[in-house]
Design a protein around this ligand. Structure first.
Ligand SMILES: C[S@@+](CC[C@H](N)C(=O)[O-])C[C@H]1O[C@@H](n2cnc3c(N)ncnc32)[C@H](O)[C@@H]1O
Length: 370
C-alpha cells in the first residue's frame, strides 16, 4: 500500500503525462473540424448532408464526465498495481510533429472520399485475391485503407484524435480482466493472443504489465504489423504474424487469453461469428477472451444518437449491425459465456470465459476410455 506522498506523486505523474496528451489530440480535433467546415463552405451545396439522428445525443458535459471517469479508472488500476504507470510511448517531438503533419495532409483526400462516398480505392486487381473483400475498403475514408505503410504510420494519430486522446486508456481497460486470471501464476508459462493487433499499442501495455509473458499479435495487414514491429522492437517474447482471425493458425486449446481491440465493428456479422468460433477453439478450458469495442445501442441510451451518427460521418459499413449485435447470444454458440462488461468512455470491455474442465469431468472422461 503506497503512502500518501507516493500516491500524490503517482497522481501528479499520471496527470503530467495524460493531460498534455489529451490537449494535443483535442487540439487536432478542433483544427480538423474547423478545416472540415471550411471545406464544406467552399463546396457549397454539393456536400453530403450532415449526420443527423432522432435518438438522444450526450451533451458535452456528459462526454467529459465519462472521459474523466475513464482516466480515474486508469489511474486506480495503476494505484492498485494492476499495471505500472502507463508509458504511451508516442515518440519524440519530431515524430509527433511528423505524424501530425501526415494526419493533416490526409484530410483533403478524406473529405473528397466522404463527399463522393468513395471507399473502395484499396480494392484492386492486385489486392482482390490476397485479402477478403470486406477488408479491402477505405475504412474511415482513410488513404491506403489497411494496406500501406503511410496509413499505418498515420493510424494512431487518427484514432487518438477520434477519441480525444483516450484510445490508449481505453485499450488499457482490457488489462484488469487479464490480471484477474493471470495473478499468482508464472507469466512465462502463459500464452496471450491479440487478434487484429494493428500497430500493437495494446500489446505494448501488455508487455509493460507482464514483460516475460509470451504474446502473439495477429493481423491481416502486413503494413500495420511492420509499424508494430518498429514500435515494439525492444520487446522480448513477442511474435507478430500476418494471418486472418477467421482461420487462426494455432492449435486447439493453446491460449490462456485472447484479446481483440476495435476489430469487431469492422467485421460483417457472419465473419464476427467465425472469428468468435476460432477464438473459442484456441482458448484453453478456463481461458478468457477480452473484447474491447464501441458501446452498443442501449448500453447507455443517452449515447444512442452518437452511435447512430458515427457511420454517417466515417466509412464504417458494419458498425450499424455491430451496435445491434447480441454477443451474449453469439458466445454460447462457440462455447463461451459473457461474464461481464464495463463502460470505458465511448467503448466497452466485454469479458467471455470458456468453461473450465472440472477435475470430476476429467476423471469420468478417463474412466470412459477402455
Ligand atoms: C481498427 S483497427 C484496430 C487495431 C488495433 N487492435 C488497435 O487497438 O488499434 C482494425 C484492425 O483489424 C485488422 N483486421 C481486419 N480484419 C481482420 C481479420 N479478419 N483478421 C485479422 N485482422 C483483421 C486490420 O488490419 C486492422 O489492423
Amino acid at each position: 500500500m503506497a503512502n500518501p506522498l507516493e500516491r500524490l506523486a503517482t497522481r501528479i505523474g499520471y496527470g503530467a503525462t495524460q493531460l498534455p496528451r489529451v490537449g494535443w489530440y483535442v487540439a487536432h480535433g478542433v483544427a480538423m473540424r474547423a478545416l472540415q467546415n471550411q471545406a464544406r463552405r467552399q463546396d457549397g451545396e454539393n456536400t453530403r448532408p450532415r449526420a443527423g439522428t432522432d435518438a438522444p445525443v450526450p451533451d458535452r458535459n456528459a462526454l467529459y464526465a465519462d472521459m474523466a471517469k475513464l482516466f480515474r479508472d486508469d489511474l486506480a488500476n495503476v494505484e492498485r498495481a494492476i499495471y505500472p504507470m502507463p508509458n504511451d510511448r508516442d515518440g519524440s517531438l519530431a515524430k509527433l510533429i511528423r505524424r501530425s503533419r501526415m494526419f493533416f495532409e490526409d484530410l483533403p483526400a478524406i473529405h473528397r472520399r466522404r463527399n463522393e462516398n468513395a471507399h473502395s480505392e484499396v480494392l484492386t486487381e492486385e489486392t482482390r485475391e490476397k485479402r477478403p473483400r470486406y477488408f479491402l475498403q477505405n475504412f474511415h475514408y482513410q488513404t491506403g485503407g489497411w494496406m500501406t505503410e503511410d496509413s499505418a504510420e498515420r493510424y494512431d494519430t487518427q484514432v487518438e484524435v477520434l477519441f480525444n486522446g483516450t484510445a490508449n486508456a481505453i485499450r488499457r481497460q482490457a488489462i484488469p480482466p487479464l490480471h484477474e486470471i493471470f495473478r499468482n501464476r508464472d507469466q512465462r508459462t502463459l500464452r496471450l493472443l491479440d487478434i487484429a493487433s494493428g500497430t500493437a499499442r495494446f500489446l505494448d501495455f501488455v508487455k509493460q504489465a507482464w514483460p516475460r509473458l509470451p504474446v502473439l499479435g495477429l493481423d491481416l495487414s502486413e503494413a500495420y504489423l511492420c509499424e508494430a514491429k518498429r514500435h515494439l522492437r525492444h520487446r522480448a517474447k513477442l511474435d507478430l504474424m500476418v494471418a486472418n482471425g477467421e482461420q487462426i493458425p494455432l492449435a486447439d486449446e493453446s491460449q490462456d487469453a485472447v484479446t481483440s481491440i476495435f476489430l469487431f465493428h469492422e467485421l460483417p456479422p457472419k465473419v464476427r461469428r467465425m472469428v468468435f468460433t476460432e477464438i473459442a477453439r484456441v482458448l484453453k478450458p478456463g481461458g478468457r477472451f477480452v473484447l474491447v469495442d464501441s458501446l452498443q445501442r442501449g448500453d447507455r441510451p443517452d449515447y444512442d444518437g452518437l452511435l447512430e451518427m458515427f457511420p454517417q460521418n466515417f466509412h464504417e459499413p458494419y458498425y450499424s449491425s455491430y451496435i445491434e449485435e447480441d454477443f451474449s447470444a453469439i458466445a454460447p454458440e462457440s462455447g463461451l459465456r459473457l461474464t461481464s462488461w464495463t463502460q470505458a468512455f465511448v467503448s466497452k470491455v466485454m469479458v467471455f470465459d470458456k468453461t473450465p474442465v472440472l477435475p470430476g469431468a476429467e476423471r469420468s472422461e478417463a474412466t470412459r476410455t477402455p
